[in-house]
Write a protein that binds this ligand. Structure first.
Ligand SMILES: Cc1cc2nc3c(=O)[nH]c(=O)nc-3n(C[C@H](O)[C@H](O)[C@H](O)COP(=O)(O)OP(=O)(O)OC[C@H]3O[C@@H](n4cnc5c(N)ncnc54)[C@H](O)[C@@H]3O)c2cc1C
Length: 382
């Protein structure tokens, strides 16, 4: 990694790498069989300052630049792609809460997120669609003291493991689209909340599912920001999570690449190590190049964010390019392992399935390209 980071950032990177090496890597596949987030592990990461390091100090965070969170996520995802969802959701939901929740609500949840005591999901997608996210219909009807929520959120990561969910609901008319959407923080033990779990191709540790809201009473104090502003809030949050997802995916690809370089040095065919064949090493060299280029794009995006510069287009670039590049890399690594690569014993097949999920989650490549095009046209019009 060629980007110069501060001593403090290097220290966090090293701590996360050590944790990934000692606690995560060897059980990446075993954890997938358990299909649940190990809460003890989450508390350990919290105690080390490895969750929501970017969150404000007054709420238990360390107030560090978002680049530091990127370094932490990259290091942890190298050991276990799925465990890094904890940091991803911690920073994504944590930042939305920190920026938009009333102080009391933020004080209740943020220290618990940072300490690894609470997991918060983000519930935007509905059964009838995720790409057209503003077209959501889960309703929040006002009452004297707050709101009553009714409807279903679908395809939500950690749906059945979260302690609370950040839910986006319609407080205005459907025709108001994005302007009629508000955000609420709802504890998962609130009466009327139920969940289901999907049967997924990968990332079973994280798990996806539906969250059903049946006459769920939510106090007004649990609304984030002004009524009708929820959609803008979540979209700003995605500018952060998309760069983090990029690093999460590239880390998984880098793990497969490193293992593959070692393998081709040892495995012999035609009386010589595989690495003697440029037909073997050139594809790996090309993938190293792509991994590094995408990594730099992700840190560039986080640097823009830390400098308070616009980075919506760059974040969308990270989000479509990184998972696609990672899928291509891991696929090549699997093939380079020959018949061993096809075995469930090696991690490449699991990384491939896990990373592929984030070609869809948080928005598909097509939607990212719509965002980039809109931003570019907008920037040129200014
Ligand atoms: C692993 C994973 C984790 C997820 N986690 C969460 C979560 O925590 N919270 C949450 O709210 N959601 C989550 N999702 C849902 C995800 O955000 C949506 O699946 C995604 O936004 C796409 O929505 P959709 O599935 O309804 O597809 P659709 O919107 O039905 O789109 C189907 C296809 O059509 C394409 N398409 C749609 N519109 C256009 C267009 N205008 N131009 C070109 N192509 C188009 C899409 O790219 C896609 O390929 C997760 C999904 C996955 C797979």
């Amino acid at each position: 990694m060629t980007i110069p980071f501060s001593e403090e950032q290097q220290a966090f990177k090293s701590a996360a790498e050590r944790f990934a090496r000692e606690k995560l890597a060897s059980r990446y596949q075993a954890r997938e069989q358990e299909a649940a987030i190990d809460r003890k592990l989450v508390r350990e990461m919290g105690a080390l300052g490895l969750i929501g390091a970017d969150l404000p100090e007054r709420h238990g965070g360390l107030g560090l630049p978002s680049q530091t969170t990127g370094l932490i996520i990259e290091a942890l995802a190298y050991g276990d792609f799925n465990v890094a969802y904890v940091q991803l959701l911690g920073s994504l939901c944590g930042q939305i809460i920190a920026r938009h929740a009333a102080d009391e609500l933020a004080a209740e949840w943020l220290p618990r997120i940072v300490a690894g005591e609470a997991l918060v999901s983000l519930a935007l997608t509905e059964p009838r669609g995720g790409s057209d996210a503003a077209n959501l219909s889960l309703s929040a009807r006002p009452t004297d003291t707050g709101y009553v929520l009714n409807g279903e959120k679908s395809s939500i990561s950690i749906a059945d493991q979260a302690d609370a969910t950040l839910v986006f609901a319609r407080t205005g008319a459907l025709e108001d689209r994005a302007h009629g959407v508000s955000a609420f923080l709802v504890p998962m033990d609130a009466p009327g909340v139920k969940t289901s779990r999907f049967s997924d191709l990968g990332s079973k540790v994280v798990g996806r599912g539906s969250i059903f809201f049946d006459d769920v009473q939510v106090p007004r104090a649990n609304r984030l920001g002004a009524e009708g502003k929820g959609f803008t809030q979540v979209m700003q949050g995605f500018d952060f999570s998309r760069a983090l997802i990029g690093l999460q995916c590239i880390a998984a690809a880098q793990a497969s690449l490193d293992e593959t370089w070692a393998y081709v040095g040892e495995r012999k065919a035609f009386g010589a190590p595989l690495s003697r064949n440029q037909g073997v090493t050139f594809p790996l060299a090309e993938h190293e190049t792509m991994a590094e280029a995408v990594r730099q794009l992700c840190y560039h995006t986080l640097r823009l964010r830390d400098a308070g510069q616009p980075h919506t287009a760059e974040a969308a670039m990270c989000k479509w390019l990184a998972p696609k590049t990672a899928v291509d890399i891991i696929h090549q690594c699997l093939l380079t392992h020959g018949h061993y690569g096809w075995s469930l014993d090696l991690p490449h097949q699991q990384r491939l399935r896990d990373v592929m999920g984030l070609e869809i989650g948080d928005g598909t490549a097509q939607i990212m390209k719509l965002i980039i095009a809109r931003e570019m046209l907008g920037r040129r019009a200014r």
